[in-house]
Design a binder for this molecule. Structure first.
Ligand code: HEC
Length: 124
């Protein structure tokens, strides 16, 4: 009985640590799905989508020189982790009218990992 309780506590601890901070290296692989439209790192340029350097914590629709949809400009959202989680899971449900043509990521682990990766992209 005791062993079962301890084992499930460990499992819980593991799950919550994955959720609290994802694995950025694994997130880099998830970002392959984004890189058709988004760039990060030194010399990143707006393309189909805006540059995602520094996106965690940024006001939605605010990267210089990128033409956002009016839905994005008027959203009033800030890309904190909780908002990114919701948006990246179902972009057009969270922000109807967004021009990000991406169906969303269903795996919570992938979502946390790609956000951990984005948090590391702090270049201007
Ligand atoms: C098919 C192209 C495409 C793909 C793939 C794509 N995006 Fe986007 N993304 C866009 C476009 C276009 C916008 C601008 C949306 C608007 O203005 O409504 C955008 C906007 C965003 C924003 C808001 C940025 C800001 O400055 O407000 C975030 C965050 C974002 N994408 C993250 C991602 C992530 C992470 C992935 C991969 C999991 C991804 N996107 C995949 C095209 C794409």
């Amino acid at each position: 009985m005791k062993t079962v309780a301890i084992a499930s506590l460990c499992a819980l601890a593991f799950v919550s640590s994955v959720q609290a901070d994802g694995d950025a290296a694994a997130g880099a692989k998830v970002f392959a799905q984004c890189s058709a439209c988004h760039t990060v790192g030194a010399g990143a340029q707006n393309s189909v989508g805006p540059v995602l350097n520094g996106v965690v914590g940024r006001a939605a629709g605010s990267y210089p020189g990128y033409r956002y949809s009016s839905a994005m400009r008027k959203s009033g959202l800030t890309w904190d982790e909780a908002t990114l989680l919701r948006y990246l899971k179902a972009p057009d449900q969270v922000l109807p009218g967004t021009k990000m043509a991406f169906p969303g990521i269903s795996s919570d682990a992938d979502l946390h990992n790609v956000i951990a990766y984005l948090k590391q992209q702090t270049q201007e």
